[in-house]
Design a protein around this ligand. Sequence first.
Ligand SMILES: NC(=O)c1ccc[n+]([C@@H]2O[C@H](COP(=O)([O-])OP(=O)(O)OC[C@H]3O[C@@H](n4cnc5c(N)ncnc54)[C@H](OP(=O)(O)O)[C@@H]3O)[C@@H](O)[C@H]2O)c1
Length: 328
Amino acid sequence: MAREREQAHPVTFGNKMVKVAVAGGTGDVGRTIVEVLKDNPRHEAVVFTRRATGNLLGVPSVIVDYSDVNSLRHILEEQQIHTVISALGYDGDALSTAQLNLIRAADASSSTQRFAPSAFACAYTPDMIDTLPALDDYFRAVDELKSSSLQWTIFMNGYFMDYLAPGKIKSYLRPLPSVIDIENKIAAVPGNGDVPITFTYSFDAARFVVASLDAEEWPEESRMAGDVATWNSLVSLAEEISGSQFQVLRDDIEKLQRGEVTELPIHALAYEHMSKRAFQAFSAASSLWTQDPKIMHIAGEVNARFPEIQTLTVRRLFEKCWSASASH
Ligand SMILES: NC(=O)c1ccc[n+]([C@@H]2O[C@H](COP(=O)([O-])OP(=O)(O)OC[C@H]3O[C@@H](n4cnc5c(N)ncnc54)[C@H](OP(=O)(O)O)[C@@H]3O)[C@@H](O)[C@H]2O)c1
């Protein structure tokens, strides 16, 4: 399959328009990518979805049945899809069935050459499966891609910066407030707070993803970074920019390992889309991940490839939202 595909479509994308399917383009991260992609005149986007959505953000959608590899392959070929970006969620069988079948269909499709699996996060390690069982299917997807003839890359952006300022900047992400509650001048810092963490604004991540469509080669990992900061430095920055002293609490590792974090007033925003229990468990797990720089400190290798993309920094974000001159 690889040789046939290479002959039909030489692997030079530098000045070639490609048609891109965003699977799960109706979701939080997917919609962000679709919005940036639709504004790029060089490529054509289509959203793969399980339900009738009409035109999403002016981009056509195609209803797909993820349980049927043959029908997926047929749609990929009929639509002449060159690249699949999977932004499927982690719920239900999205990764265990839908994404694996989509990879198999893309590998079988004569038009499809590239696949980005649903990731857009940190450098996952197999031992994280204990806290996030869906990662088992993420690693199965990576194995499936390794044994395919597709070019593939895993987009990694660390922690979405949007979560530091929920409701304060444009974002399609459902709020998952972080350990800092700037509105209420309080923080509950996990661990010693001195570990570097990568934060990337969702629209910057989408810009790197879309820019990568033009890259002639796709490395197995595409690591991007909006900014790098520690929890302690973020608290200091928030104090400096808001001109207020914060109450700083500490969540020790044992507490996080019990699946608990100190509740902050801003956490109520998350309870609108998930239970408090689920939020506590998720926050504790992700706070534990921020203790390991190998997991959460994502170096900006993709940034170096696309120097024209200037990312939002945490300082700029806080200034926009909380400096004395910011419009509230
Ligand atoms: N780094 C971070 O801080 C961070 C934060 C959030 C998300 N992420 C990552 O970004 C990726 C996307 O997450 P998200 O929150 O944007 O996803 P999402 O909004 O929960 O779901 C995206 C789409 O997946 C489709 N979907 C859901 N369940 C499905 C199923 N069982 N079978 C097939 N399709 C299904 C739905 O599309 P249709 O209904 O239209 O088919 C949905 O709109 C994930 O890999 C996630 O881990 C990272």
